[in-house]
Ligand binder design. Structure first.
Ligand code: FAD
Length: 476
């Protein structure tokens, strides 16, 4: 590959946002170089772990039921973010989501209807046939056919913002544009020139040292659900040069996952959905929070953080035979025993402490009509923390348990952008030829909370915008 020539567009990253940008730029006539830090076998970032994206539609489609209007989508987003969202950019993403299905199918992506266990999303979220890996393979195939130049094993280290004049800027007080990128390509240092650059390099959730700045040594016990290549190097480099930040740097989205998951890349199969059907104790055998507070997806996101706050960043979900078939298990088998004391030993907990906790919990359970599908009336009384729903005595062997750790999905810190996906400086000026898409700018829209399927929607819509705008800039 010729690294001495000047490309129209350099795309940094190899996940969904990067591929959407690269394809859009190439289809707009630009020469494109895509630099992916991961080797080919691990290409695709967190995007390869995904299953669906959230799309608005006014009538049923081949895979989506009913209608999901712009207003309902916006209401959902406003609720989960508590107003921490840029409405113009959010509505751009929502409106853009309506056209994604057709655009993606024309580029080789296939969809499937929701399957059992995901039916609650059948109206709002379109599922990728074969999951995120098949999606990424389809995009890479398309990019190769179009003639996008792809460099694997290539980490972009820095994007120096030049000091110079730029239309619309305050003379002397600004930075930009970007002329070159410094990188290591299969271990060798290099630099590459481009007329426009798209930063689509994800969040910094795999950078444990960075997480330690906010979480201290606890971060050593966090498991990262996705790619180890999400180091946030470009994010940091841009913020260090005066690019405007967006999103709370200390916050991340985390869920409770099986503690036996690998440090990185465990993906979706390590998630545990059993929490509402039993109790959760910390390493001292003590309950920590109301396990029956609410239904998925609300409960899904709070437990990662709760486990992160426990001593040793570990907790244990305990239940009995009555609940065994009510949830999607993790890829690891549950620990089982015929008594609570034996289960405690299996899990490495103090038997007397766990027996006392289960005994107190069972005594607090009030009679009710159990219904795993709704917020039922099975509750506890006289115990702290309470269990608001699905409270049933843990009394039917075999008993089972799973160890839990915080599984970090993504970080919220990003770079501020405008409607053209141009990266903005702290003074509000665009850098000019620098665009951003995906997780690195998702904090503009999702400043807090989570809405299932929104990450891929933001990456797809803004990836397309960034690619198109970058190509247009290069042609001028
Ligand atoms: C287990 C799991 C399941 C998920 N499921 C869903 C789902 O079903 N729906 C949904 O909407 N969201 C889901 N998400 C969130 C979703 O993965 C992200 O929102 C989305 O993938 C972000 O896309 P991206 O392209 O911005 O980042 P990524 O896909 O993470 O890609 C970032 C890319 O940048 C590369 N990179 C990083 N730094 C550099 C550098 N300096 N130089 C070169 N390359 C670099 C990385 O190697 C990687 O290829 C899930 C996340 C996880 C972890």
């Amino acid at each position: 590959m010729d690294l001495s020539k000047t490309y129209d567009v350099l795309v940094i990253g190899g996940g969904n946002a990067a591929l959407c940008a690269a394809i859009a730029a190439r289809e707009a006539g630009a020469s494109v170089l895509l630099a992916e830090h991961a080797p080919k076998a691990f290409r695709g970032g967190n995007s390869r772990h995904t299953r669906n994206l959230r799309a608005m539609h006014d009538a049923p489609t081949s895979v989506l039921t009913g209608a999901y209007t712009e207003e309902e989508y916006w209401d959902d987003l406003a609720r989960v973010t508590g107003g921490k969202t840029d409405q113009r950019l959010a509505r751009l993403a929502i409106r853009g989501s309506g056209a994604l299905g057709t655009w993606m199918e024309a580029r080789g992506v296939r969809f499937q209807p929701s399957l059992r266990g995901t039916l609650s999303l059948s109206r709002t979220n379109a599922f990728f046939l074969g999951g995120g890996k098949a999606l990424m393979n389809a995009y890479y195939r398309r990019a190769e056919q179009l003639g996008v130049n792809i460099l694997y094993d290539t980490e972009v280290l820095s994007l120096p913002l030049q000091q110079g004049s730029q239309q619309g800027s305050h003379q002397g007080s600004h930075q930009g544009p970007v002329r070159e990128a410094n990188l290591t390509c299969r271990g060798f240092p290099a630099s590459v020139q481009a007329k426009a650059v798209v930063a689509a390099s994800g969040g910094f959730q795999a950078n444990i040292e960075w997480l330690k700045q906010y979480w201290g040594d606890a971060a050593e016990n966090f498991l990262i659900r996705g790619t180890p290549y999400a180091q946030g190097r470009i994010l940091k480099n841009l913020l260090d040069q005066g690019v405007a930040p967006v999103g709370d740097p200390t916050q991340f989205h985390a869920v409770a996952i099986d503690a036996r998951a690998p440090r990185f890349d465990g993906g979706i199969v390590t998630r545990l959905d059993c929490i509402p059907f039993g109790i959760v104790v910390n390493r001292d055998g003590k309950r920590i929070y109301d396990e029956g507070q609410d239904v998925w997806p609300k409960r899904y996101a709070i437990w990662g953080r709760l486990v992160a706050q426990q001593p040793g960043q570990i907790a244990y979900s305990i239940a009995d035979a009555k609940s065994e078939t009510l949830f999607m298990p993790s890829v690891y088998p549950a620990m089982r025993a015929n008594s609570i004391g034996e289960l405690a030993v299996e899990l490495g907990l103090d038997a007397a402490a766990l027996e006392a906790t289960v005994k107190a919990f069972n005594a607090a359970v009030r009679p009710g009509a159990f219904d795993s599908e709704s917020l039922d009336n099975c509750t506890t009384a006289g115990i702290d923390p309470p269990k608001s729903h699905w409270a049933r005595a843990i009394d039917t062997p075999p008993y089972f348990g799973y160890p839990l750790r915080p599984g970090i999905t993504f970080t919220y810190l990003g770079v501020r952008v405008n409607e053209k996906a141009q990266v903005l400086l702290e003074n509000g000026d665009p850098v000019g030829n620098l665009y951003a898409a995906g997780e690195i700018m998702a904090g503009n829209i999702l400043g807090k909370g989570y809405l299932a399927g929104l990450g891929m929607t933001i990456g797809s819509v803004f990836g397309r915008i960034a690619g198109r705008e970058a190509a247009q800039h290069a042609h001028h």
